[in-house]
Structure formats: C-alpha cells, structure tokens
Ligand binder design. Structure first.
Ligand code: ZN
Length: 365
C-alpha cells in the first residue's frame, strides 16, 4: 500500500530520496555492519546500540562522504594550576562531512575531557599486604579478612579490624594514572565528532544512540538522539506517491520563464496565449492547474509554429504525457514533449494532411 501525500514535487523528491537512503542504510546496517566491531552496546549506556568509529567510517564510505576533522579547542593542564590542583585535559574536534561535490552534508562537534567519570576515577579494591593482589574478601561469618586463592590470591588471613586492610581506601579514588590516558581522551573526542556527524548525515539516529558519558554526575549526551527502532527488525520504508502541487505566486514567473525559453516565445506572446487559452489575468494570479494549462499551450504553440504539427495533435501530445505520468513535473513534461516531437518527425511520413510548409512566403510542398 502506497502512501499518498499532497506536497510540492520538490518536497516529494527530497522525501523519497531520504527514504531510499534510509532503506540503503537499513540493508547496510543489517548485512554489512558487525556487532561489537562496528556497533554494540556499552555497559552503563543502556541496551541501545552505539555506533563505533569503524561502523561510522563504513557508513560514510557507503554514502560517498569524506571525513574532514579539525581540532577546535584544547586544554592541557598537567599540573592542574587552573583547576584547583587537579590535572585537566580537554579536547574538542569539529568533523565536517562533505559529499563528492565538496558540499557540506553534516557536521558535528565532539569533545572529551579527563573529568569524565571513566577517566577521572578508578575503582579501588583492598589489596593484600603480603602478595599485593586486589583479592581481599571479608568472611561472612566473623568479619575477618582473607586473600582469596581462587582469584589468584595467596591465602593470607587477617583479623577483623586489622588496620592494614581496613585503612585502605576503597571504591572511587582519583585516577593517578590519568597522564597515560591523555591520548585516549584526545582520540575519544575525535571519535565522537566523526560518529556524531555520520549519524546526522545518514539519518542513522533511528538505529544508534550516541554514546553517553558522565561528568561530575551530569549526563553528557553528545547528540540528542535515541534510536526509534532496533536494528535487527527495522522494516524498509515505503516511497510516497505524490500529487503535484507546485507553489503558486512568485514561482509562476520562474515556471513560465523556463517554458518560454525553450519554446521560443516572449512574455508578450505568453500573455496573449494565456488570455486566449487560459484566462486573462497576470501570471502571478494563475492557479497551479491554470499554470500547467498555459505551459501545455505554449508547448503546443511551439509545435504548431516550428514543427508544423496540427494544433489538436500538438496539444493532444501533452494530454498523452500527463496521462502516462499524472505527477509529471514541468521539466519532465517539457523534456518528454520535445522527445515526442522528434519521434513524430522521424516516424511520420510526410502526408497530405501536413500543413503546407511556409518558407519566405513560398509554399515548398
Ligand atoms: Zn595475598
């Protein structure tokens, strides 16, 4: 079942183009992208799939998009002089996706900083003073401590209240190895800008969430998208059929101008044909249906004057083409009209019905 919508032709083309791209993407995601490699779920980010950088790059390639990335901001404070003594690193990139013509299709900014939870903190566990392994467990019976051999510990035992164990900080502690992760944070910012822009460009937000991060308990969502449907049972969308409803008003001038250019008329002649065949008003007041009528008569007049075709036949050709394709655009109508005229000229034998050809007033028939 097709969806019928009344919208301007240009809008329909844009929508069907989007539908085609969407269906291409659906197939591509289902058949070519690998779970856990190109996309996957991230613990703590819900069960919505997140697009990974390799998947984003494949989608960009699919649509012929080139990735341009530039760094737009950076903070590298190794000593924390500007951040209360705590080191801080911040990277921000802008990814611009361009199509084959060099036109910008989408762009997205991506950032990452060292105060995001997963970089700022590490989870600390009690370590065994003897073997150094984080394998200390508490006995449920008496509250004493033991180093668990099954987890790789040494089996040592410690009494309840032993300061060597209980004075250790556990849980969230500052990540003292943050300097090892500066490069990772830099790469993460690049990744977010690339993935975000690809999701925008490919309209892939139906399928992928954008990775969420936490900073100081505040959830940061790189882009405001949540997937509308799961990847695996996404259904292809239907193209829409359109009833032509071009814009009126100022667009009338542009529509007429195109036709008079190819049918060798001037504006005065077009006005005269409009008065005689459609109705005597300024062209800006013609309805879309009336305007189409004028275009048909301009085409027919050209065929009569330049191709020596009878008026009924000349006008009838426009009827024929519109019948074949009710939602035909002006441009298609004009193009196909000229093709039909050429076909007629080649196939039709010169007959007695052909009006006499006039050449400088002298009949050449
Ligand atoms: Zn131990």
């Amino acid at each position: 079942m097709a969806n019928l919508m009344r919208i301007p032709q240009s809008g329909a083309i844009a929508i069907n183009d989007a539908v085609d791209r969407m269906n291409t993407l659906t197939l591509f995601v289902q058949q070519s992208l690998r779970e856990n490699l190109d996309y996957g779920t991230i613990p703590g980010c819900g069960d919505k799939p997140v697009l990974f950088k390799p998947g984003a790059e494949k989608i960009a390639t699919l649509f012929g998009l080139r990735i341009n990335i530039e760094r737009t901001d950076v903070v590298k404070d190794f000593t924390g002089k500007d951040f209360g003594g705590e080191p801080f690193f911040y990277f921000e990139y802008l990814c611009i996706l361009k199509d084959r013509h060099g036109d910008v299709v989408a762009q997205c900014s991506g950032s990452c900083n060292s105060w995001e939870d997963k970089y700022r903190w590490r989870k600390s566990e009690r370590c065994c003073p003897q073997c150094g392994q984080p394998t200390i467990l508490k006995s449920k019976q008496d509250g004493s401590w033991f180093c668990w051999t099954k987890k790789g510990g040494c089996g040592a035992k410690y009494p309840k209240g032993d300061a060597a164990i209980e004075s250790q900080k556990v849980g969230r502690v500052p990540n003292e190895r943050i300097f090892d992760q500066v490069n990772t944070i830099d790469k993460m910012a690049q990744k977010r800008s690339i993935v975000g822009s690809v999701i925008l460009a490919a309209n892939a937000s139906n399928y992928f969430a954008v990775e969420q991060t936490m900073t100081e308990g505040v959830e940061i969502i790189d882009a405001d998208y949540e997937p509308a449907q799961p990847i695996n049972n996404a259904q292809p969308m239907e193209r829409i059929q359109v009833e032509v409803m071009p814009d009126n008003g100022n667009d009338n001038q542009a529509r007429i101008a195109k036709v008079i250019a190819v049918t060798e008329h001037n504006w005065a002649e077009a006005k005269e044909i409009c008065d005689r065949k459609v109705r005597p008003v300024p062209s800006s007041e013609l309805s879309s249906v009336e305007l189409r009528e004028l275009i048909r008569w301009l085409l027919a007049d050209y065929a009569v004057k330049r191709r020596y075709i009878q008026q009924d036949t000349a006008y009838g050709l426009t009827t024929e083409l519109i019948k074949q394709q009710p939602s035909i655009t002006d441009e298609s109508l004009i193009n196909r009209y000229f093709v039909r005229l050429d076909e007629l000229a080649e196939s039709a034998p010169v007959s007695a019905k052909t009006p006499g050809r006039q050449f400088k007033g002298v009949s050449i028939e």
